[in-house]
Structure formats: structure tokens, C-alpha cells
Design a binder for this molecule. Structure first.
Ligand SMILES: NC(=O)c1ccc[n+]([C@@H]2O[C@H](COP(=O)([O-])OP(=O)(O)OC[C@H]3O[C@@H](n4cnc5c(N)ncnc54)[C@H](OP(=O)(O)O)[C@@H]3O)[C@@H](O)[C@H]2O)c1
Length: 301
């Protein structure tokens, strides 16, 4: 049997937020050799012990990418134009199985279609959830599902505050700001759960679902946290139809927000899973308040 320091973990998305966190946590743990996978290995030579080319749209690249790997972390990127997540994931699962991978970790999301009885259509959640069955049926000796929360990083990225019609700076969303429904976290910390899962397959490698949750807040609590730190953000609730027509892609975001409000981000009954994820990670995830103090600077007026 190989000891962990001889075992190699191949990490997809290694140049991105989720996979980058996984590479970092595996390196910090020092238990495994790390192979970073990217479409552009020449640009990222220093990323890990090995840097190997992998393109999820070109299954022929995956044989070398997963060769001799004990574990694989898979994330697909819904946001990249042209991405077919089921097709990419199926190719990766098949290649990993062919390579003899022992532990497969898939970054999934809740099945909004099942949780909401078909009321909400959020393809980048439900599409990932439907891949879970393919992972299970591949019968790896161990498999684990990790769930990324709403990234804190969105607040300084895709969900940044904007100047509103009344002159204030903040958010206008189709959401009741009093409803506590947002499971959130510092996405770099998903790596702690993934690395812990690879290190503890008996506890985490039997199809467990491990969500990263640093905080669970309403939008008013988010704004109150930021404003206590010196910001002056506003919130306006707007009709779903108005938001859905406001920019390309807004309709799916409106559906997702409607789902959050009705069911919460993770759906119900997630506290046992969150507790197990934190145990496996071996550390408590960062709260929004702590993250914001360090990463969300107050702009001079
Ligand atoms: N934002 C949120 O709040 C949130 C919450 C939950 C889940 N998510 C999910 O997170 C996923 C994105 O993960 P992320 O945030 O880590 O992405 P990211 O930081 O934008 O990085 C994207 C990564 O995907 C890799 N990639 C893209 N297409 C690829 C392909 N064809 N073959 C191989 N690698 C490919 C890129 O690698 P190279 O360019 O180096 O090849 C890069 O490392 C999305 O599917 C999204 O639905 C987001």
C-alpha cells in the first residue's frame, strides 16, 4: 500500500478559485503529491509538484492528466462560454475510472429541481447535482461530494455593489432582505474540506456531502455587517420580472435568488453535513465579518 506522501492528487480548475484552494490546502497539509491540471501548463509551471495539461473538452488529454493519480478533484466551470458540464464531468469520471483512481471528489451543488418540486429552474445547480449519480455509479473505492457556497468573493466581483437610481450605492435584487437564506463562505477554504476528505477516506469517502459554510445570513445582515465596518450600502427589493430583464443572464440569477428565498441556498437540513465538513477540514471556516474586514476595503467618499 502507498503511504499518503507517495499518493498523487490530480486537481482540475487548479488555476481557478476552487481548484486553487484545493492545491493550496493539499500543499499546506504536506501529505500528498499534487498535480495541477490546466489547459495552459506553460503559463503555470510553479503551481504544484507537477503541472499537466488537461482540457475537459478534449477527453484524450485526460489519460495523461489522471495517470497514476490516487485521487482526483473535479470542478467544471459553468460560467465559461460553451461549457457542457455533464459532458465534461462524464469524460472526467470515465478517464479517472480507466486510470484506476481510488478517491474521486466532485464539486456539486444542490438539486434545485428536486428540492423545489420543479418550481425553480437553475441549470448550474441542478445540472451539477445530476452528475452525482454518475459519480456514484462509477464505483470508485471512495467518492466525496463537496458543495461550494455563495462565494464571499462575489461581493467584490460578480455581485459588487452598484450606484442606484436614488444615488446610493448598494444592491437592487428580487429578494426579501430579512430572510436568512444565504449559505456563504471564503471559497479558498473549500480546499481544506477536499484535502481533509482525501486524508480521511473512511470518514468522508463514502458518498458524504460536505458543504463549506462560513456564515448563514440574510441580505440585511450582510449589509449591516459591512456598514458596521464603515461602508454605507443600501438595499432595494425589486420585482423578479424587472431584475430578470435587466442584463443578459439575469433571468437565471433571478430564479436562483427565488430558490434561495424559498428553500435557502443548501436546501433544508444541512447542519449535520456542515458539522462533518468542518470536522473533516480540521478548522472552522472564516465568518463573513472577518473576511470582509480583510478583503472588502472601505472606499474613501
Ligand atoms: N461564484 C459562486 O458563488 C459559485 C458558487 C457555487 C459554485 N460555483 C461554481 O464554480 C464553478 C467555477 O469554479 P471557480 O470559481 O473555481 O472558477 P474560476 O476561478 O473561474 O476558474 C475556472 C477554472 O476552470 C478551468 N477550466 C475551465 N474550462 C476548462 C476546460 N475546458 N478544461 C479544463 N479546465 C477548465 C480553468 O482552467 P485553465 O483556464 O487553467 O485551463 C480554471 O482553473 C462554476 O461551475 C460555478 O457554477 C460558483
Amino acid at each position: 500500500m502507498l503511504s499518503n506522501d507517495e499518493k498523487l492528487i490530480a486537481v482540475t480548475g487548479a488555476t481557478g478559485q476552487q481548484g486553487g484552494g484545493v492545491v493550496h490546502a493539499l500543499q499546506a497539509g504536506g501529505e500528498f503529491k499534487v498535480r495541477a491540471l490546466t489547459r495552459n501548463p506553460d503559463k503555470h509551471r510553479q503551481l504544484a509538484d507537477e503541472v499537466v495539461k488537461a482540457d475537459l473538452d478534449r477527453p484524450e488529454t485526460l489519460e495523461a492528466a489522471f495517470k497514476d493519480a490516487y485521487g482526483v478533484f473535479l470542478v467544471t466551470n459553468f460560467r465559461e462560454a460553451g461549457t457542457d458540464e455533464p459532458k465534461q464531468a462524464t469524460a472526467a469520471i470515465r478517464a479517472a475510472k480507466h486510470a484506476g483512481v481510488k478517491h474521486f471528489v466532485w464539486s456539486t451543488l444542490p438539486n434545485v429541481e428536486a428540492i423545489s418540486g420543479g418550481k425553480f429552474d437553475v441549470p448550474h445547480f441542478t445540472g451539477k447535482a445530476k452528475i452525482d449519480r454518475i459519480v456514484k455509479e462509477a464505483r470508485f473505492p471512495h467518492h466525496t461530494f463537496v458543495i461550494a457556497p455563495g462565494y464571499y468573493q462575489n461581493f467584490v466581483g460578480t455581485l459588487a455593489a452598484h450606484k442606484q437610481a436614488d444615488g446610493s450605492v448598494g444592491w437592487a435584487l428580487p429578494l426579501d432582505p430579512d430572510v436568512r437564506c444565504l449559505h456563504m463562505g471564503d471559497i479558498r477554504e473549500l480546499g481544506n474540506i477536499v484535502a481533509g476528505g482525501f486524508a480521511h477516506p473512511d470518514e468522508a469517502g463514502n458518498g458524504e456531502y460536505l458543504p463549506l459554510v462560513g456564515d448563514f445570513l440574510s441580505f440585511n445582515e450582510i449589509i449591516a455587517t459591512l456598514n458596521r465596518q464603515g461602508h454605507n450600502f443600501s438595499f432595494k427589493r425589486i420585482p423578479k420580472e424587472v431584475f430578470a430583464g435587466s442584463f443578459p443572464g439575469a433571468a437565471e440569477i433571478a430564479e436562483m435568488i427565488g430558490y434561495w428565498e424559498a428553500h435557502t441556498y443548501l436546501g433544508s437540513g444541512s447542519s449535520d453535513r456542515i458539522a462533518l465538513a468542518n470536522k473533516i477540514a480540521g478548522t472552522q471556516p472564516t465568518t463573513f465579518s472577518t473576511w470582509a474586514r480583510l478583503n472588502f476595503p472601505v472606499q474613501a467618499a
